[in-house]
Ligand binder design. Structure first.
Ligand code: FES
Ligand code: FES
Length: 179
């Protein structure tokens, strides 16, 4: 079957099997490998993209279901050669280590800041609660989102400095304090 959709602002049309998942459509048919495929069971969130502006796990969506809709992937975050503030936040606050979860985290937290420009730590943790990071312990991801929120509101230097945000004890980060 033929599917047509808008991906990162570009209209794309491909012949695909009806059973093809959106994550594989993006990676294998469009070479947009920034969207990661981690579990295939809807648990890890590494495959998160936007569908009509809402984060979705692209391993739970058929490419055919996305036909006629707008998809945005991590490749579409940067604009005119400028990294999005959420990308810069992850860079400044070390919000990634291996980077496998990062594309999904970026798409989810970008959507969070679009709807809630000044989220609390709890709101950030709730927003990413469907995503697994095996490396960071989440504290640096929370700091990254706070950095981006402060950057976008113009209050970064006066309110949120990465070095001043309290980190949870590592033992809690890795277990009970997971989102
Ligand atoms: S690959 Fe989609 S949730 Fe893990
Ligand atoms: S940075 Fe490695 S899984 Fe999150």
């Amino acid at each position: 079957m033929q599917v047509t959709m808008i991906v990162n602002g570009e209209r794309v049309t491909r012949d695909v099997e009806g059973r093809l998942l959106l994550v594989h459509f993006l990676r294998d048919h469009l070479a947009l490998t920034g969207t990661h495929w981690g579990c295939d069971t809807s648990n890890c969130g590494a495959c998160a993209v936007w569908l009509d502006g809402e984060p979705v796990k692209s391993c739970t969506v058929l490419a055919a279901m996305a036909a006629g809709h707008e998809v945005r992937t991590v490749e579409g975050l940067e604009q005119l050669g400028e990294l999005d503030p959420i990308q810069r936040g992850f860079m400044h606050c070390h919000g990634l280590q291996c980077g496998f979860c990062t594309p999904g985290m970026l798409m989810t937290t970008r959507a969070l800041l679009d709807s809630n420009p000044n989220p609390s730590e709890q709101e950030i943790r709730e927003a990413i609660s469907g995503q697994i990071c095996r490396c960071t312990g989440y504290a640096s991801i929370v700091r990254s989102v706070q950095w981006a929120a402060a950057e976008e509101s113009g209050t970064r230097t006066s309110t949120v400095d990465p070095a001043s945000v309290r980190s949870e004890p590592r033992s809690r980060e890795r277990t009970a304090d997971r989102p």
